[in-house]
Ligand binder design. Structure first.
Ligand code: SF4
Length: 360
């Protein structure tokens, strides 16, 4: 058996599951921050095997889901400015104000191309020097360093027709906002494996020190997830809170310092608007002055338009773990992956889409 298969081994998983059952003394509400965890928990069947006393909440860890209506409105407005828009695929289906999305804008004549990376967008710009290409930069610390590296490359190669509309967001400030919100009751956090690969352990320490919140960086295999849950239960039982790296085969405690360096070379920290969570201080990234020639918001004078909220969508409450997706009155009625009303039903890692696909 190779190493990765061991993390799926049914015998080992059942063993941890038994320990969870025997150690569990009261009801706990655990939030998995990352959309990949939400899907992994469903796919592996863990959700149906865990005792009912463990309540699972999905958090704000899907970048498309936390994109605000005003940000979608900005994308739509940019698409009307005779630019080439380069974007990740999920984003084109997210409905903005009035239900319009980038796919509809494309049908009306806007030039919108799906890319797999910011580098693809840069290449598109280099191959089409007579067109202005704008890459829609969404994502957390996992994505932002790669976008930063591409912007650096564009500067070095003096590419004048490549721009980025940056809506990147940082995970720890959002977790701070959640932990400080008295309305939200969370007993422990399963921290995102991918983001942690970049930022390491240190940025989460406030969760234990200031909020007494057991928090575990976990991998995505069944054994990773079950072990992480057991660690949180044991910390709760012992009334202590520590941030634990339970994904050491991938995440080093100090993170990827080179990636962080590149990210901070190009971007500086700013406040950011999150769907459901509002404006969170120091939770976003904007381009530094030295890179302002690449900043689509400045070059094309594109601010975030004021918009009316999408009526009926409860994504904000889902992202804060206040309700589960099937408590939204539109779930699987007016809102389905084929015709999503909110972004949580669009992304494959969105909680609503995961509930739609895997719910028992
Ligand atoms: S089911 Fe649809 S409308 Fe309801 S919260 Fe999820 S995405 Fe929004």
């Amino acid at each position: 058996m190779n190493l990765l298969n061991k993390f799926k081994d049914p015998k080992l998983c059942l063993n941890i599951l038994e320990q969870i059952k025997s150690d569990l003394q009261e009801e706990f509400r655990f939030m998995e921050v990352c959309g990949t965890h939400t899907v992994a928990i469903f796919q592996s069947g863990i959700r149906s095997l865990l005792p009912e006393k463990i309540i699972h909440l999905s958090g704000p860890g899907c970048p498309v889901c936390v994109t605000h209506d005003r940000e979608i409105a900005a994308y739509l407005a940019l698409s009307e400015k005779n630019l080439v828009i380069a974007t990740f695929g999920d984003l084109i289906k997210v409905p903005g104000p009035g239900g319009k999305n980038l796919k509809m804008a494309q049908a009306e004549g806007a030039i919108i191309n799906i890319v797999y990376s910011a580098f693809d967008a840069l290449q598109m710009a280099m191959e089409n020097p007579d067109r202005k290409v704008v890459f829609l930069g969404v994502g957390f610390e996992t994505t932002a360093p790669t976008v930063a590296a591409v912007i650096k490359m564009a500067k070095e190669q003096e590419v004048r027709n490549f721009f980025v509309l940056t809506m990147h967001k940082l995970v720890p400030p959002a977790l701070k906002a959640l932990a400080a919100d008295k309305e939200i009751r969370v007993d422990g956090l399963l921290l995102p494996g991918h983001v942690s690969t970049i930022i390491g352990l240190e940025p989460y320490k406030f969760l234990a020190e200031e909020y007494n919140m057991p928090s575990v960086i976990g991998g995505f295999e069944p054994l990773d997830i079950l072990q992480s849950i057991l660690i949180m239960i044991r910390q709760k039982n012992e009334s202590r809170a520590v941030v634990v790296n339970n994904y050491k085969r991938v995440v080093s405690d100090q993170g990827n310092t080179r990636a962080m360096e590149v990210m901070h070379d190009v971007f500086e920290v700013s406040d950011a608007l999150w769907r459901g969570l509002g404006t969170i201080p120091d939770s976003g990234l904007v381009l530094r002055k030295e890179y302002s020639d690449f900043d689509a918001s400045l070059v094309f004078d594109q601010e975030l338009p004021e918009v009316e909220e999408v009526v009926g969508c409860k994504c904000g409450e889902v992202l804060k773990g206040l309700i589960s997706p099937d408590n939204c009155p539109l779930f699987d009625t007016r809102c389905t992956p084929a015709k999503p009303v909110g972004p949580c039903m669009v992304s494959t890692e969105g909680s609503c889409a995961a509930y739609h696909k895997y719910r028992l």
